[in-house]
Design a protein around this ligand. Structure first.
Ligand SMILES: *[C@@H]1O[C@H](CO)[C@@H](O)[C@H](O)[C@H]1NC(C)=O
Ligand SMILES: *[C@@H]1O[C@H](CO)[C@@H](O)[C@H](O)[C@H]1NC(C)=O
Length: 508
């Protein structure tokens, strides 16, 4: 009865030309969530919880694009990088058809309000210029574009970059996420048709979570995406989760100290990078450099080296709490697996600045979130990681040859996206000041981040990285990473506007 009444009303509205196609597709809602919650991942709040938590704070999560807030909990995603070829027509569609399709941070939370495919949109500086938007967003990295930062972030020469990111025509990025690529493709067709030839696709990257029990793990097999900050006013934190002022992720909110145009409030800068992972080479490296800690088996010594490189075990259990063996129960528990700071005041004589018994200073998790190495830990350098993986599982051929295929269709890695209100404080600090800086965090030469760090300052090519502290039996021993196991294929910076700006400033 109820359904037919709705159909009737719809038919009536349709006949009066009130409801447009996009609204109808907007009415197709889901019965199962498009977000995943793998073992160990935090529970997302409900829309009602976020509304209660943000009441009275002035934060408007209905106006914030969805993927700024939900992290890496997506199963299927396509990023489409596009050029605006007809700005006038594009602008006319932006405030109507496109605006109505953009999924908000509130809508994404409940199955009943999720669309079949969630859609977000962001623009590069070139894209804003093409639209004739001259307002200064006041972020110099955004203004210059990532290509201009290549030397700064350790990619001199951009020899490994995807062509699209060394060119001039990436104007924007659509993010489409769903639980199937068929649904994503349907939505993309519909967007393309709505835009009536005003954009051209420049490049796309298809993303997929890994299958089976590797769901939520990146290609080197470690759980990825469980150490995210939480915006104050969004939801209560888990123990050890960093609570950031809203303006650390969202432009124009408390904690963002730079003046911005008023229409930009609630937006966020996105740093995209395509990070290729050399998976068989990683496993080979661990086997060839296996540790020799007494009492551990050969495999345990291999796994320990991997954990000391990452700072966590494959399950997500932090090395700082489990220095010798994985503890999958701990890894699976978001109430406990962030509850550590690398310091151990409970142990008399423990000195954070020179003790790597628990976790090496160069470990990826220390380099990307140093915790007590900043005392007190500040919120300014925190970023929201919102990427997904790309590429297939290893083939038998790659496993037996211990070599990554050169077939580009088999390329795999991380489709990395970080959100922050300030690229210098966020992405650039984590990449340049922490990961690529051999002196960080202690001021002594411990080396670059063995995974995502780069020692390349030019000329182009792999510069070997020498990392200390990985062998607990000989902390002065250097382990040399001759080739990068994670190679940057380039990327771009984007501004993800508040949804309201699509209807106002950006379409005027
Ligand atoms: C950019 O920031 C500077 C100070 O950091 C300020 O003087 C200027 O007004 C800002 N520009 C805009 C467009 O907000
Ligand atoms: C590091 O701390 C552990 C635990 O307190 C201690 O056993 C070890 O001797 C310390 N190492 C150094 C180099 O101080």
């Amino acid at each position: 009865m109820k359904l037919s009444a709705i159909t009737l009303t719809l038919a009536l509205l349709l006949s009066q030309g009130i409801v447009e196609g996009s609204t109808i597709s907007g009415l197709q809602r889901r019965t199962t969530s498009l977000l995943m919650r793998p073992v160990g991942f935090p529970e997302l709040p409900t829309a009602r919880e976020v509304r209660a938590s943000s009441a009275g704070t002035g934060l408007d999560f209905d106006n914030v694009q969805a993927f700024i807030m939900v992290g890496m909990q997506k199963t299927r995603e396509v990023l489409v990088f596009f050029e605006i070829t007809d700005p006038k027509k594009f602008k006319a569609k932006l405030g109507t058809d496109i605006h109505d399709r953009i999924t908000s941070a509130i809508e994404i939370l409940d199955v009943e309000t999720q669309p079949l495919t969630a859609v977000n949109i962001a623009f590069s500086q070139r894209g804003l210029n093409t639209l004739g938007i001259e307002d200064d967003l006041n972020d110099s990295h955004f203004r210059g574009g990532q290509n201009q930062d290549a030397v700064l972030i350790g990619d001199p020469g951009t020899i490994n970059w995807v062509k699209a990111f060394t060119g001039q025509n990436v104007h924007g990025m659509f993010t489409l996420a769903s639980d199937s690529h068929d649904k994503i493709n349907d939505e993309w067709k519909s967007i393309i048709s709505a835009l009536g030839g005003s954009i051209q696709e420049v490049y796309r990257l298809k993303g997929d979570a890994r299958p089976g029990n590797m769901l939520g793990h990146e290609h080197f097999d470690y759980v990825d995406g469980i150490a995210q900050p939480v915006v104050r006013g969004y939801k209560p934190p888990y123990a050890g989760q960093m609570v950031v002022r809203p303006g650390i992720l969202l432009v124009g909110e408390e904690g963002d100290s730079v003046p911005r145009p008023s229409w930009a409030k609630g937006g966020s800068f996105a740093a995209f990078r395509q990070l290729k992972q050399y998976v068989p080479e990683y496993h080979k490296f661990l086997a060839e450099n296996a540790l020799s800690v007494p009492g551990l088996s050969k495999q345990e010594n291999i796994d320990l080296l991997g954990a000391r490189i990452v700072g966590r075990w494959k399950s997500g259990a932090p090395l700082d709490l489990r220095p010798l063996r994985d503890d999958p129960k701990l890894g699976a528990d978001p109430t406990r697996h962030n509850n550590f700071i690398y310091d151990h005041p409970e142990l008399s004589g423990f000195n954070l600045k020179n003790n790597q018994t628990f976790c090496p200073f160069a470990a990826h998790t220390v380099k990307s979130r140093p915790r007590a190495h900043f005392d007190p830990e500040e919120d300014v350098n925190h970023i929201m990681r919102a990427g997904i993986l790309y590429g297939p599982e290893l083939t038998e051929q790659e496993k037996s040859s211990q070599t990554t295929s050169e077939d580009v269709a088999l390329e795999r890695g991380i489709s990395f996206v970080s959100y922050q209100s300030n690229l210098q404080n966020g992405f650039i600090s984590v990449q340049k000041e922490f990961s690529n800086n051999p002196l960080f965090p202690t001021g002594t030469n411990i080396g670059e981040d063995p995974l995502t760090g780069s020692a390349n300052t030019g000329p182009p090519g792999d510069a070997p990285r020498t990392v200390r502290g990985l062998d607990p039996l000989d902390l002065e021993k250097t382990i040399v990473f001759k080739k990068e196991l994670v190679v940057s294929r380039g990327g771009e910076y984007f501004f993800t506007p508040p949804i309201s700006a699509l209807k106002t400033r950006l379409s005027q």
